[in-house]
Design a protein around this ligand. Structure first.
Ligand SMILES: Nc1nc2c(c(=O)[nH]1)N[C@@H](CN(C=O)c1ccc(C(=O)N[C@@H](CCC(=O)O)C(=O)O)cc1)CN2
Ligand SMILES: [Mg+2]
Length: 311
């Protein structure tokens, strides 16, 4: 039987609606969530992602601004902007869109962000907090992956998870998040011997390498959950993931499509991290704010459905 397709687009919309409810509460408490996105240069994909972040934050009721800088911006100028945003009380979240143009040191820029405002979860303090299991911002795409598993009812504890990819943005932090949820985790990469054999042992298989359709159907353990983080653009402009979807869905129990799977969760979780930073500044328990917001959002959507508004 073909796998369930995990509706990342729909789940991301739910998360954004919940964050919108949380934002109303935080605004009433005097901390309207504020996000500043920094875009350096004119990379076309980055421009699209940044525009989508701005729009999503705006729709969730945040105060949002995008600071655009030319590709030739000196490192010192970018660091000065980060210092200005660190000091700005209206800003709860700072996101520097990656990759940065050549000549800029992304590592140094990320280190300069106040860890409390590092809503990308990439500052070394947040990386340490992730591995130590202490509070801090978790990276958006990996936490989006875990959210998809949770909201699809897929168990994590005690299961074999194989993460193909070891980037700082996705592979490593996702492995840490799955480990924290008591999965048995293996991180695989381009030098892994017998990648296909390893993948066949995975109850949860994540592909995050950026190689179109690397993962074939016969790599999938029957009944596995497959998360495809790859976004590869074909010659005709169409998007393909790291997983051969049509083959994999014949064996998996659940699988994310590309587009419309993991990708949309990145922005939803960014909004959630920003709202969490605002909650902490308001002296509120962010998890409790989100739990209440989730109930209110569910009630609103049920009553909208009942009155025919959702149709
Ligand atoms: N500072 C950061 N830079 C980058 C990150 C990040 O999390 N923080 N992640 C990626 C890009 N990214 C957000 O920045 C991102 C990628 C993809 C999507 C998304 O919704 N994808 C859609 C397809 C969109 C398309 O048509 O291209 C999907 O998969 O359905 C959102 C955000 C690198 N940089
Ligand atoms: Mg605006």
């Amino acid at each position: 039987m073909a796998a369930e397709t995990i509706d990342g687009k729909g789940i991301a919309a739910l998360v954004r609606a919940e964050v919108g409810v949380a934002a109303q509460r935080l605004t009433a408490a005097g901390q309207r969530p504020g996000l500043t996105v920094v875009l350096v240069g004119e990379d076309p994909a980055s421009q699209v992602y940044v525009r989508n972040k701005d729009r999503a934050a705006d729709r969730a009721g945040f105060r949002v601004e995008t600071r655009k800088l030319p590709a030739q911006t000196p490192q010192a100028e970018l660091l000065a902007l980060v210092a200005e945003l660190n000091a700005d009380e209206a800003v709860h979240g700072i996101l520097v869109q990656l990759p940065l143009p050549g000549g800029l040191d992304a590592d140094a820029v990320v280190r300069a962000i106040d860890p409390a405002k590092d809503v990308d979860g990439l500052h070394p303090d947040n990386v340490a907090a992730l591995w130590m299991g202490t509070p801090g911002h978790r990276p958006c795409t990996p936490s989006g992956c875990v959210e998809l598993l949770d909201r699809t009812g897929i168990d994590i504890a005690g299961r074999n998870a194989v993460v193909i990819g070891r980037s700082l943005l996705v592979g490593k932090p996702l492995a840490a998040l799955l480990l924290a949820r008591n999965a048995t985790v293996t991180i695989a990469h381009s030098r892994t011997a017998d990648l296909a054999g390893l993948a066949r042992g995975a109850d949860i298989l994540v592909a995050a390498v950026g190689r179109a359709e690397l993962v074939r159907g016969n790599w999938i353990k029957p009944g596995a959950a497959v998360l495809d983080v790859g976004i590869n653009r074909g010659a005709d402009g169409s998007l393909v993931g790291d997983v051969a979807f049509d083959e994999a869905r014949e064996r998996a129990a659940a699988i994310t499509p590309v587009p419309g799977g993991v990708g949309p969760m990145t922005i939803a979780m960014l909004l959630r991290n920003t709202a969490a930073a605002a909650a902490r500044r308001a002296g509120l328990d962010a998890e409790q704010v989100f739990a209440e917001a989730r109930l209110i959002a569910a009630e609103r959507s049920a009553s909208a459905a009942g009155s025919g508004l959702a149709r």
